[in-house]
Design a protein around this ligand. Structure first.
Ligand code: ADP
Ligand code: MG
Length: 261
């Protein structure tokens, strides 16, 4: 068993003070919110690790720290043996960063409406300085769209198709890890299964590792090898999928299962 990702003791505090309001009411107090606290887990290479929990439990915060969109207040993330917080070897950190991509919940918000699909999909590879010739066309076909779609703009596609474009873009830099943040929550139920099947197929085909964020236990049961349960910013339980589904130990996990349809 090799851990591709090690998440160690992650905490993240947000300053939620409103300076303009403080000025108006003539106060100086700062307000802080602990989004996640001491979260640790490991993700095996080529596996799917699901993070479940209700809205506000800190799932996206963990995901964003793993891809480097947010820095932790405490703790660190190690990917392929490289601690992302090391100052010593920026080159190594850059290399590992390019191996990690993210797909977001809202495929409407996460595509630049003024860019052609070709430029959107090619962007991560272009940023990496690689060859983008024919890349978008090939990736669009790989995700079940057509090469001709490269000339179109995001508004010409349905929600499910846009999420396919997001997946194509995430694949462009040939990543090893994709953090999928509720990738099907904004889609019609009939489209959800198609996108999930695509994601499963791609994982098999390309040997990807997923950190799969979801509040939907049905989706998680379908996708995950291992599951971590977040509650109020803490990882209250984690186990292999079958173990967790057969005998959830933490009262919160039990409650989640009781509430599931
Ligand atoms: P989830 O993805 O499980 O819904 P999040 O990680 O988005 O949870 O949020 C966890 C908590 O942190 C929430 O209370 C949220 O309001 C807060 N939070 C997240 N991002 C920010 C931010 N940029 N500034 C302030 N508070 C934030
Ligand atoms: Mg979220």
């Amino acid at each position: 068993m090799t851990a591709l990702i090690s998440v160690r003791g992650l905490s993240r505090i947000f300053d939620v003070s409103k300076p303009w309001l403080n000025r108006v009411i003539e106060r100086r107090e700062k307000a802080f919110l602990t989004a996640i606290s001491d979260v640790s887990f490991e993700v095996e290479d080529k596996s799917v690790y699901a993070l479940v929990g209700e809205s506000g439990s800190g799932k996206s915060t963990v995901g964003k720290i793993i891809v480097g969109l947010l820095s932790p207040s405490e703790g660190n993330v190690e990917i392929d043996g490289v601690n992302l917080a090391t100052e010593a070897d920026r080159h190594e950190v850059e290399r590992v960063r390019a191996d990690v991509q993210m797909i977001f919940q809202d495929p409407y918000a996460s595509l630049n409406p003024r860019w052609r699909v070709r430029d959107i999909v090619n962007e991560p590879m272009a940023a990496r300085g690689g060859d983008t010739n024919g890349l978008a066309e090939r990736l669009l076909e790989q995700v079940g769209l057509s090469a001709g779609d490269a000339d179109k703009f995001p508004h010409e596609f349905s929600g499910g198709q846009r999420q396919r474009i997001c997946i194509a873009r995430a694949l462009a830099s040939r990543p090893r890890v994709i953090v999928c943040d509720e990738p099907t929550s904004a889609l019609d139920v009939s489209v959800q299964a198609q996108v999930l099947n695509l994601m499963s197929d791609l994982r098999e085909e390309l040997g990807l590792t997923y950190v799969f964020i979801s509040h939907d236990l049905t989706v998680v049961q379908h996708m995950a090898d291992r599951i971590g349960v977040l509650y109020l910013g803490r990882l209250v339980e984690e186990a292999p999928r079958d173990t967790l589904f057969a005998s959830p130990k933490h009262p919160y996990t039990q409650m989640l299962f009781d509430a599931a349809p």
